[in-house]
Design a protein around this ligand. Structure first.
Ligand code: SF4
Ligand code: SF4
Length: 187
């Protein structure tokens, strides 16, 4: 399997492929984490290189799928700022637009996010804290493998970075040598 020549941006196809390859991707991440062939720093360097490569070809303003697909967790500050943005008190905002989950945290009720307008964030400068830094590829994909697999199904950047990591020639060689590629799901 060679490196994918172009980035995949079709959201339906990404969802389909990421779902179909989920077990294969999980095995790859587990091998990367526990196979001990690369240090965490080396994985991070490759991740940064591939993220830059992929991100240069994707325009988030044409996508906005994370704003539609994520159920956003709200900090106390988010509730205050979001309430101001829609002209409500914090308590009224929480009553109308948020819900408290069993974990004791507040989440936006609406999916897509109520601040999304024509694929643009209407409160961009005051956007919610979970939106800042998304898709969080500044932190190692191995630190939250479940999160990486979940995001790969709806974020083109994460999907393409993960696919490129899986197809990376050096990693493939290492994996074959260590027998880590055995049982990979058929494409
Ligand atoms: S606050 Fe803005 S950036 Fe965050 S999910 Fe909503 S629309 Fe998207
Ligand atoms: S971060 Fe990912 S899901 Fe969000 S807009 Fe950019 S490519 Fe789309």
């Amino acid at each position: 399997m060679g490196r994918p020549p172009t980035v995949e941006t079709d959201l339906r196809r990404i969802y389909h492929l990421a779902t179909r390859r989920r077990d294969e991707s999980r095995r790859f991440l587990r091998w990367l984490k526990y196979g001990r062939r690369r240090t965490k720093r080396q994985v991070m360097e490759l991740q940064v290189e591939l993220t830059n490569e992929v991100w240069a070809q994707i325009d988030c303003r044409e996508c906005a799928n994370c704003c539609a697909a994520m159920q956003l967790q709200l900090t106390a500050q988010d509730c205050v700022q979001a309430a101001k943005a829609v002209g409500l008190t914090t308590a009224e905002f929480q009553r109308r637009h948020a819900e408290k989950h069993r974990d004791g945290l507040w989440y936006l009720k609406a999916q897509p996010c109520l601040f999304l307008r024509d694929k643009q964030c209407s409160i961009y400068l005051q956007r919610l804290s979970r939106c800042r830094g998304f898709p969080y590829l500044h932190s190692n994909v191995l630190d939250n493998m479940a999160g990486t697999l979940e995001k790969a199904a709806y974020c083109p950047i994460v999907f393409n970075v993960l696919e490129r990591m899986k197809a990376h020639p050096e990693l493939q060689r290492n994996r074959r040598r260590s027998g880590g590629a055995r049982g990979a799901a058929a494409k």
